[in-house]
Write a protein that binds this ligand. Sequence first.
Ligand SMILES: [Ca+2]
Length: 219
Amino acid sequence: MSKVIVPVLNPSFDPPFTARPDPELGGSPVGEVTVAEGWQPYYDAQKRRPEWTQYQQYQKVFGTFSEIKAGVYQRVAVGIGDLLTLVVRACFTSEGAGVALRVGIDPFGGTDWQSDEIVWGSWNGETAPPGTPGHWQGGLDNPRSLSVENVEPEAPYVTLFLHIENLYAGKDESAFWDQATLYREGEVEPEPPDPDTPWAELLGYLSRIADAVEDIAKK
Ligand SMILES: [Ca+2]
């Protein structure tokens, strides 16, 4: 078994980024909700709406002086029975915000980020206890690969969720999402065996002639 890449739309969050309607309220597209093509925004309506924007090579999702639960998602066509692993390159910045990030897969392809069906990877961030694998101070110069592994689809689509939460309404709470890679476990196509080519036979024949000529020359 080996890992085979499953196509994801715009996995690196390349431009164009487009303005979208508030995902909770609908209506006209708003500049504060600017998301890379292929991805959809979501947030917790109980909290203030965060903002989405392009920042350098990233999709940035952020708040200021607010508690946020938010992210981006994408539905992806998959094969039933595939075993999926999602790996996403990310970083965050925080000023007194207690930020943590995680990524998840809904094996039923739903679009509700609060669904119990979503299989989440572990939290990584400031709020993970120091000394544990999830502890991470963040910073744009300190990215991490976040993952969730071995998720089995229950439908022809799954949904990828890239999620940020923070504990305190600090001055800055920002997630930066970059490369999202979805893998499935799959058999590698075996290399066709090297057939005995006419060339191999011919080279063998020429080699024997060369040896014979050399033998004659030595005599
Ligand atoms: Ca990128």
